[in-house]
Design a protein around this ligand. Sequence first.
Ligand SMILES: [Zn+2]
Ligand SMILES: [Zn+2]
Ligand SMILES: [Zn+2]
Length: 680
Amino acid sequence: MSQPPFPAPGPDGDEPPGSGAGAGVGEAEHGAGPAATPADGADGNAAGPAGPAGTPAGDAAAAPAADDGDDDFDADADLARFLADVDAGLIPVPPQTPESAGMPSGPGVWFTLGEAADVDPAELAVMAGPAGLGGQVFASDRAADAMRPGPLLSILAEQAAEDPAALTDDELMGLVSAARRLQARAEWLELSGIAEFTRRRQAQHDTAVAGGVKPGRRPGEFADEELGFELVMRAQAAGDRMDMATALATRLPRTFAAMAAGMIDGGRACTIWYYTRFLSDEHAAQADKILAEAAPGLRQDQLEGKAYRLELKLDPEAVRARREHARATRRRVETRREPSGNLCYGARELSVEEGLAAKAANDADAAALRAAGMPGSLRELRVLAFLDRQAGRDPLDRIEHDRDGGHRYQGWDDEDEDDEGNNGGPGDGGPGHGCHPGPGGRAAAPLPALINLIVPGGPLFGWSTAPGEAGGWGLLDPNETRNIVQTASRHPRTRWCVTVTGPDGTAVAHGCARGQHPWIPPPTTTGTSGSAPPGNGPLATGPPGTGPPPGPDQYQAAQLAALLRALNVRLSPVASGTCDHRDREDRYTPSRRLGHLVRARTATCVAPGCAAQAYHCDLDHTIPYPDGPTCPCNLGPGCRRHHRVKQAPGWHLEQPQPGIMCWTTPSGRTYTTRPTIYDT
Ligand SMILES: [Zn+2]
Ligand SMILES: [Zn+2]
Ligand SMILES: [Zn+2]
């Protein structure tokens, strides 16, 4: 246990984030200050500042103390030498406070995680001091805030949790997030054990099969039961757990390592396993690389979307076969008990197209009822209309007054409270929302949409491999996309836009077509390859490829070029970096064109983790108008909820560059969101 080069009294130090990731507390280089960049702190492997004796601080958790060759290091002697050098003027005393030199305040005991790994945890806790090293080190960018999960973080967290009331908001959030990392680590421990258990039973079983042992008598045959007994779960669930553990330990190494480092929790790992189950080893390896990197920054449902898109891209045939199989075998009307004791009644395993059509019809009914003055929220009216239709009644018969006009559709923008807390999820987006009943208060089941073609800029008219997406509703395979785009393009309210993406996948230009452009899909050229336009706006897609990126064949490229010519779109650049205010407008409400530029840049609400589609969001002035201009550099899509959140006390939002949104929460923590990266 080395002693601190400096005692570290005083509050509010700044621990270099990097050291927190793998290096343990303290062990700062003399006077060197933070040696790691903030960005390094995130990956859990940042090389922190080296210790006085050159101890490699990074990755200490992965390579415990035994390897670091510093067993002979005499801290007392080193400190004495150091102090003598300081006294002799050989080493200038740094002008910074100890905190600014990168050491947290609190009890003056320092250890690397490498050292800590050899120490009895209880003893370590005592050494960390009765006052508790715990709390303060959990503040943003302090030692424990990004520390890898392990014995030391565990002790610090336990200590901090002994008196949560003593923690600041910031420290409290740090503690919560540390507990999450520990939890991810604990799942990794469990799955590591299960993977080994599975391997043993599998080997026994294989041997028995090879030896001609009959079913029912084979060792290892009921391994899932065995695990289920231990974990008190159904054998089927235990079997899934075994599959997942095996996949992580064998073909998803990056995801598994990220779990060990506390970056990916069990739920996200499960998602990655689920959407790679049917992929070849080679494809799974590609997916592992991409998803392990993305997962920590994505909400669970966003990760599911990304994983599914990727699966569709890597092996569309497998996905299609699975979906068709599910539709063929599991399609049903289901009645089941809700946890509350009420009943749930609905159809399962519909195609996206069928589901959206049904929803559009239901939305149209509900909108008509509301427009006619029927009391109740849209949420309630949807249920009413749904039940009427199920019972063979026309919900519009409830409308007493005249059917021929009179009541005008209010527009979904007036709706708000119904979908509270449900932003971006079902109920808050989707083509159905643009649907409104005709003059008779009745609408068929059309799919009016903003069809946004996402076109990779280099080469322009390249062919996107991204699968389509229907609002927030889910992903479509190319056939479905083609059908929906075709249907939607005939709807009078459907409009086309083109968003061109740059090499990094962000939008670099956008243009809006005028008027209606009914689209008839050209015949496909190769098998089931789609000829639908590419993109992932509310609707669009490219053809499946056998692997990314197949690129357009000549025929497809020609079709796309023809479509773009027909749309006659004039593209405007999307502002980034420094804004030249060329798109600034001297009014509060941005024009459609400006709105689309901003929404193309940022396709979802600018709040961290919010998936509300920008198409359904208001455009919020980051700095309120007229102090802040109506310009891409001061606008961002915000869902109703986050618009209110932003204005609440203690919350702050800045837009230092166009599309870069920096949120500060009442805890004092900051979060940054960036322009959308399109899957093209
Ligand atoms: Zn547009
Ligand atoms: Zn500007
Ligand atoms: Zn939002």
